[in-house]
Design a protein around this ligand. Structure first.
Ligand SMILES: *[C@@H]1O[C@H](CO)[C@@H](O)[C@H](O)[C@H]1NC(C)=O
Ligand SMILES: *[C@@H]1O[C@H](CO)[C@@H](O)[C@H](O)[C@H]1NC(C)=O
Ligand SMILES: [Zn+2]
Length: 502
């Protein structure tokens, strides 16, 4: 929708209000019209539902109303405490069955549940473990005892360690605790953003030794796709560095090898699950790198995109925005593609912050100036009217990750999430899960629940859900003809879902 149309709508509203005020009592019909006009602006506001869809919608509204009046309303409490409540929710169970389209914002090292990492990966032979001085853990698969490192003085073979451990399940639970943020008492374990981010980055480093081992990575990708597919998701765009994949003898593979392996796994998964459409990678590097390192990474990504046009979707910078370098500080690197006369789509994280007016807060506008294809999080977007207009005008969708924002302490009660504003205006957006294994989720259903019940409130309806699912295909990096295929395939699944539940 263009800016112009929005202005016209406002002007006509003013007239309506003036006319009715003259009578003293506002005209009920006018009131109804205004309410309908306002509702039509929200996400899904222009979607017309079929009779069967209206039936399911009515059921969903009743269920949602019941959950909103319960003593403990899940979106208003910390997800780690709300999770068991959500699992019992009838709305959640419907959302699990709903075809949700694509997952567009997930990081590769947090793709698969920690349960699998510990119960499967760490039980493989040659897995070494080391408990570090800062209460973290490192893993390494190696034929020989690993070398000592600055952060690891004492490596132990897990097989031997387990042989002398009495309570194996307690031991495994302790390993899991190192790989996830999930805990029963989030408020005292993570008193502030610094504490939760420190644990977050530690968990990433801890998982790397497991996930980067080539044979584990192969099964890990497959398992990750399986978890998404089970949650009725048909396509994935994965943010990943695709680096440092290693073998038992210490050999380290390059990005080409890893991308080829990713492609193999995706093809195998599609062959086993013909209704799954595929997966692509957004090559991501940490924002702690120097400008010249980011330059190299961008040059490399341009080449990789040439070699793997169906796999490499584009480029992003990851890591905590508040603690890292701004997009603008990387401007010399980020302008490289245009200077070279090539196109490299960007998918920048931007505005994942509560700190208004800081340099970091400027990332949103800079992401748009560098023609980002989507905005990761955009948590601060509601505070930036111009950036918001630009994102709407250029149809740059915001990837909203509600649970991530709550766990990383940008908002505590999800009814207050700023995406409520974006949803009520029908701003282009998609729902995603960011780091499912770290937050104790799988798939997208938990985040859809928070968006539908908490952020959207009673206003959000089945049309909202339909639009959010379709958005995930519309705003994917797939070429137009594949988007058409995906939408048609999604529609068939949707029709089955409606028929089974209305
Ligand atoms: C780990 O999973 C793979 C496939 O996902 C399976 O073949 C293997 O047997 C499992 N290993 C363990 C130790 O559970
Ligand atoms: C962004 O897009 C505009 C308009 O297409 C173009 O002129 C500009 O060079 C692009 N800038 C970057 C950094 O990609
Ligand atoms: Zn992210």
């Amino acid at each position: 929708m263009s800016l112009c149309q929005a202005v016209v709508t406002c002007a006509s509203l003013l007239v309506v209000v003036c006319v009715s005020v003259n009578d003293g009592m506002p005209e009920p019909k006018q009131r109804e019209l205004l309410m309908r006009q306002e509702a039509s602006r929200q996400t899904g506001g222009h979607v017309t539902l079929t009779a069967a869809e209206r039936q399911l919608d009515a059921r969903l509204q009743r269920l949602k109303q019941r959950e909103m009046s319960a003593a403990r309303f899940p979106p208003s409490i910390h997800f780690f405490k709300a999770k068991p409540l959500i699992q019992k929710s009838s709305v959640f169970k419907l959302l699990q069955q709903m075809p949700k389209g694509a997952a567009l914002h997930i990081h590769s090292s947090a793709l698969v549940s920690v349960e699998w990492l510990v119960k499967n990966a760490t039980y493989r032979p040659h897995c070494h473990v080391c408990f570090t001085w800062d209460n973290s853990v490192r893993f390494l698969f190696s034929e020989r005892p690993p070398f000592l490192r600055w952060d690891c003085f004492h490596w132990q073979l897990l097989e031997k360690l387990r042989a002398t451990t009495k309570d194996l399940s307690a031991f495994d639970n302790r390993l899991m605790q190192h790989l996830t943020l999930f805990t029963d008492d989030p408020d005292s374990e993570y008193p502030d953003q610094d504490a939760v981010w420190q644990k977050f980055e530690n968990a990433f480093i801890a998982a790397a030794g497991l996930v980067c081992h080539a044979p584990v990575l192969r099964d890990y990708y497959y398992k990750g796709l399986e978890e998404l597919h089970q949650d009725n998701i048909m396509y994935l765009e994965l943010r990943s560095g695709v680096s440092k994949t290693y073998e038992l003898d210490g050999t380290v593979h390059d990005k080409i090898w890893t991308l080829r392996m990713f492609q193999d796994v995706v093809e195998k998964f599609k062959a086993d699950h013909p209704d799954f459409l595929g997966a692509r990678v957004i090559i991501s590097v940490h924002r702690a790198l120097s400008v010249s390192e980011v330059k190299d990474a961008i040059r490399e990504t341009i080449q990789l995109q040439r070699d793997f046009p169906d796999v490499v979707a584009g480029f992003d910078l990851v890591g905590r925005e508040d603690a890292g370098r701004t997009l603008w500080s990387f401007r010399e690197a980020l302008s490289l593609p245009v200077d070279m006369g090539v196109t490299l789509p960007y998918f920048f994280h931007a505005g994942e912050t509560d700190d208004e007016g800081t340099d970091v807060d400027q990332n949103l506008l800079d992401a748009l100036l560098f023609n980002t294809t989507r905005i990761g999080h955009g948590f601060a977007l509601a505070h930036h009217p111009l950036a918001k207009e630009l994102s709407r005008k250029h149809d740059v969708a915001v990837e909203v990750c509600p649970i991530s924002n709550q766990v990383l302490k940008l908002v505590s009660d999800l009814r207050n999430h700023p995406a409520a504003v974006l949803m009520s205006e029908g701003h282009p957006l998609v729902i995603s899960s960011d780091d499912p294994s770290l937050f104790g989720t799988t798939g997208l259903s938990y985040d859809f629940y928070q968006a539908f019940v908490g952020i959207g409130g009673l206003k959000a309806n089945l049309a909202t859900l339909k639009e959010l699912a379709l958005n995930s295909i519309r705003y994917s990096s797939l070429p137009a003809h594949l988007k058409d295929t995906a939408c048609a395939a999604w529609q068939r699944k949707w029709d089955v879902f409606i028929a089974e539940n209305s």
